[in-house]
Unconditional design. Structure first.
Length: 336
């Protein structure tokens, strides 16, 4: 399948490299308003660089448009892709608001094109295995689950991550990963309560937040996220059931650890979790999306799943801003 990639930043590079490794994909061009970024990545991967999507479309005919841009730009480019009749892959979160997310989903459905959102944690083998063991009843009835995701503060183009209005901080951009996996594993969330440094409106430094989620199943989840971590990127997961405990620590799975507290010229502005596997979770995720389009297989996650993950994140942001618990039954219904 012919792929046009928009965005040559950290995640754009990850996606572009994954497509280049996939024998069923052809990367026909990389679009970025920064010519030097698009040019360097395109030269490394043996494809063409373009300053705008229209320029690419003048010289190539992609089957899929892969969008790796800051969250506020997702809606614009998803709608453009749908209007062109192109299938869409878009990095998470699907959007910054539920109204935008619903518009994007509806537009792709009306155009008859696929829309897939990059919730890559569903493709990390350790998270897949923990879910399998839970669903097989290996630890009995689950009572509590604790998820943690921490990294040094990302910057991104023009420092957009640090702009809370654009990124939504860790509750939207980072912890969304865990919210999606938790819902996938334990079902719908009944109630959330969250606290966050940036969401409270009185902190200008790196964001840190936590959230408590009560699931309809009766399980209670605790999620912690931080961009104040000085040492790269780490994730942890612990699930306690009536018959045992399952735990995952990303730092137990690596032999070489990077301890960098500040960005350097040779260090990416956004910390991306690495994998020692021959095929990374990003390879598996993007190859899966292409198989869903080309072969008609059922997707591991749908755009509606991405919508629900966003709804949990936004409910947590509302909780952190107001200091109150949020009932999920009614939250966001007016935007649906």
């Amino acid at each position: 399948m012919r792929i046009a990639l928009i965005g040559a930043g950290a995640m754009g590079s990850v996606h572009a490299e994954a497509h280049a490794r996939n024998p069923r994909a052809e990367l026909v061009g990389i679009v970025d308003a920064r010519p030097e970024a698009a040019g360097a990545l395109a030269e490394r991967l043996g494809t063409a660089a373009y300053a705008a999507l229209d320029d690419l479309l003048g010289g190539a005919e992609p089957d899929v448009i892969d969008i790796c841009l800051p969250t506020p730009l997702h809606k614009e480019y998803v709608l453009r892709a749908a209007a062109l009749g192109k299938h869409v892959i878009c990095e998470k979160p699907i959007a910054g608001t539920l109204a935008d997310a619903r518009t994007m989903i509806d537009a792709c459905r009306a155009a008859g094109v696929h829309l897939y959102i990059g919730h890559v944690v569903r493709f990390f083998p350790e998270y897949v295995r923990v879910r399998e063991l839970i669903r097989a009843g290996e630890i009995g009835d689950v009572g509590t689950v604790r998820a943690e995701r921490v990294s040094s503060a990302p910057s991104g183009s023009n420092g957009w991550y640090a702009d809370f209005a654009q990124s939504g901080g860790v509750l939207l951009d980072l912890m969304l990963h865990d919210f999606d996996w938790l819902r996938w594993t334990f079902g719908d969330v009944e109630r959330v309560y969250a606290r966050g440094l940036r969401a409270a409106g009185d902190h200008a430094g790196p964001d840190h937040a936590f959230a408590t989620l009560r699931f309809r199943s009766g399980a209670i989840g605790y999620a912690n996220g931080s961009w104040a971590f000085p040492e790269g990127f780490a994730t942890r997961l612990e699930v306690a059931g009536s018959g045992g405990i399952l735990s995952v620590n990303s730092e137990d799975a690596v032999t070489n650890r990077t301890r960098l507290a500040a960005q350097t010229a040779d260090r990416p502005a956004v910390q991306v979790p690495q994998s020692a596997l021959a095929a990374s979770p990003y390879d598996d995720e993007l190859a899966h999306f292409l198989r869903c389009i080309e072969d008609g297989i059922a997707p591991v996650l749908t755009a509606e799943d991405a919508y629900e993950a966003l709804r949990i994140s936004l409910a947590c942001l509302h909780s952190a801003a107001t200091g109150t618990a949020v009932e999920m039954d009614s939250f966001g219904k007016e935007e649906a």
